[in-house]
Design a protein around this ligand. Structure first.
Ligand SMILES: [Zn+2]
Length: 71
């Protein structure tokens, strides 16, 4: 994983894309990587499977949600 202190995960893009775009990307991606709250059992066990598809480890439910993170 290419990662730098300043641009975090967006360092994988190398040079280019501009700081504003990178900052937005880092905000979305860092949130998406974290476990999200499952709407069925309220545990922080939901993981993003694909864009918009989430699966909960605890109750095993697969459900549709936000493309990048759950509210
Ligand atoms: Zn659950």
């Amino acid at each position: 994983m290419v990662r730098t202190k300043k641009v975090k995960a967006s360092g994988k893009f190398g040079a280019g894309y501009g700081t504003n775009v990178r900052a937005k990307f880092v905000a979305v991606e860092s949130k998406q990587r974290k476990k999200q709250k499952c709407p069925f059992c309220s545990n922080l066990t939901a993981k993003r499977k694909y864009a918009g598809i989430w699966q909960c480890k605890k109750c095993g439910k697969t459900f549709a949600g936000g493309a990048y993170y759950l509210e």
